[in-house]
Every structure is written in structure tokens, then in C-alpha cells.
Design a protein. Structure first.
Length: 80
């Protein structure tokens, strides 16, 4: 399963809302549901992404940055 980096989205939420709970309410989902999505326990649904685009007034190129930036797998750099 692909893993995504939601740090930019978390920053945007913090910038525009007083809390993740406020954003969840605006998105019409529970705080627990948003928390699960941001921690990749459950995926964002397409309608949630669309509502987020409207809420934040994202440009098309920004959608990729906020929702589809893949996490880079951390590898060990130990030398032999």
C-alpha cells in the first residue's frame, strides 16, 4: 500500500483552522476519522479531497502536493 506524506496538508490545516477538529467539522467528518486519514489508517475518499480543494481553494498542481506526495522510504546508510 502506498504511503503519502501529509505534512503539507497538516500545515495548511493549522494555518487556516484553529484545530484539526475544526477542519474535520468543515469537511463533515469526525475528528477521529480525520486523524485516521492523516495517520494513514484509512484513505481519503474522493469527495473529501474535492471538499478540501474547495475549502482551501487549491490550484490543480497543489492537489498533488497536499494529497499525493509519496513518502520516501527511509533506508539505512550503514557502511560495511
Amino acid at each position: 500500500m502506498k504511503r503519502y506524506n501529509y505534512e503539507k496538508l497538516k500545515s495548511k490545516i493549522k494555518e487556516k483552522f484553529q484545530s484539526q477538529s475544526d477542519f474535520a467539522q468543515k469537511l463533515n467528518i469526525s475528528y477521529a476519522s480525520l486523524n485516521n486519514k492523516l495517520n494513514q489508517k484509512t484513505p481519503f475518499e474522493q469527495d473529501e479531497i474535492m471538499r478540501s480543494i474547495e475549502i482551501f481553494r487549491l490550484e490543480p498542481f497543489e492537489v498533488m502536493e497536499y494529497f499525493f506526495t509519496e513518502e520516501v522510504e527511509k533506508t539505512s546508510t550503514k557502511s560495511a
